[in-house]
Design a protein around this ligand. Structure first.
Ligand code: NAD
Ligand code: WQD
Length: 337
């Protein structure tokens, strides 16, 4: 059984990926400092998978801890999720974001080279495209001026990976540019756990439906889109998790010194109002919402061209928007039980 180190594996996307890795016959090993997650996720993962996952509490930039993990387990690859992701906070505390997001990647790459651990999947983001001039976006769509220091950390990290491969490093690396991950494991045992008031749409929707928030504000309905609200490509987190498994197994069959980038989305754009109405329909409830002003800095519309990941990795999403919103609500309900 191959051991895969998952940095940030107690977090939203990492925890779902751990489930999919186990299903595919890998053994995940998690390192997480719990700065944005909770230790009980580990118990939940055990309940879902029937497997106890080795867990290391700490910073994935801590080389002595990484060396200890490599001593305890022969690692064949790494999936690097660990990062800070609050866009607003990153504009207030840019150094916190550069230090963690860029610093942890550099530390991890040094560690991988030192131990000849060659395969890496890196969490990038559609944020690197900013507001693209043409839609849908392919991997060749030019990256834009980042909307935030957070977005810029993802661009810088991608650039570091490109430079490393140019330097003839033996590493084999895939960056996955995620679009908007939503949904939860169908069991409702793991899901997204935003701390404080959610910034993202779907956690705000589910918390409003649960009565934790009084009402949802739709940030603008006067954009040049089918119903005036913004358009995003919402991808079920289990499908996103599966993309990591496909990326890893693809890397295993590659020769050394390899880098590529893939979009991970559904290939469809949905408006914010479509999300609300689909959520109401699939869960048979009414959501308290109002139309409010535009949110400064919002991208108006973006969705992925997924031809490359479909053809090269053989990855296709299995879940619809309705499936995702049903699973998001199932998770939120169970949280409040
Ligand atoms: P998350 O906050 O739920 O998970 C990240 C995990 O990393 C958390 O458990 C946190 O405690 C941990 N962590 C942070 N810094 C660490 C460090 N230095 N050492 C060890 N652990 C650390 O976030 P997520 O939504 O699961 O995102 C995972 C990755 O995907 C991030 O890199 C994020 O930038 C990227 N991403 C997320 C989205 C999204 O909308 N959720 C979209 C695009 C890209
Ligand atoms: C989606 C749409 C809002 C909340 C963020 C990050 C980006 C990337 C993905 C990580 C927008 C609208 C939201 C609300 C609303 N993350 N909305 N009312 O804007 O695509 O991007 O997540 O890499 O970097 O910036 O996601 O969920 O915040 O918003 O109307 O209360 O929902 O205006 O149109 P976004 P989001």
């Amino acid at each position: 059984m191959k051991n895969i180190l998952i940095t940030g594996g107690a977090g939203y996307i990492g925890s779902h990926t751990a489930v999919e890795l186990i299903k595919a016959g890998y053994r995940p090993i998690i390192i997480d400092d719990l700065s944005n997650s909770q230790e009980k996720v580990l118990e939940r993962l055990e309940e879902i998978t029937g497997m106890k996952i080795p867990f290391y509490l700490g910073d994935c930039a801590d080389r002595s801890l990484l060396d200890q993990i490599a001593k305890d387990h022969k690692l064949s690859g790494v999936i690097h999720f660990a990062a800070f992701k609050a866009v607003g906070e990153s504009t207030q505390k840019p150094l916190k974001y550069y230090k963690n997001n860029v610093g942890s990647l550099v530390a991890l790459l040094e560690f991988m080279e030192a131990h000849s651990i060659l395969d890496l999947v890196f969490s990038s983001s559609c944020t690197v495209y900013g507001q693209p001039d043409t839609l849908p976006v392919t991997e060749d769509t030019p990256r834009k001026e980042a909307e935030s220091p957070y977005g810029n950390t993802k661009k810088v990290c991608e650039d570091i990976l490109v430079d490393l491969i140019k330097s003839k490093s033996d590493l084999k690396i895939i960056s996955l540019r995620y679009f908007n991950p939503i949904g939860a494991h169908p069991s409702g045992k793991i899901g997204e756990l935003p701390s404080g008031v959610p910034n993202n749409l779907v956690p705000f929707v589910t918390q409003t439906a649960a009565g934790i928030r009084e009402k949802l504000t739709v940030f603008g309905d006067d954009y040049y889109t089918p119903d005036g609200s913004c358009v995003r490509d919402f991808i079920h987190v289990m499908d996103l998790a599966d993309a990591h498994v496909k990326a890893l197994s693809f890397l295993e069959n590659k020769n050394t010194n390899f880098y590529d980038v893939f979009n991970v989305g559904t290939g469809n754009g949905n408006t914010v109002l479509e999300v609300i109405h689909t959520f109401e329909e699939v869960n048979d409830l009414k959501l308290n919402y109002e139309i409010g002003p535009r949110r400064p800095g919002d991208v108006v519309k973006i969705w992925a061209d997924t031809t490359k990941i479909n053809q090269v990795l053989g990855w296709y999403p299995k879940n619809s928007l309705a499936d995702s919103l049903r699973d998001s609500w199932n998770w939120e309900k169970k949280l409040n039980e």
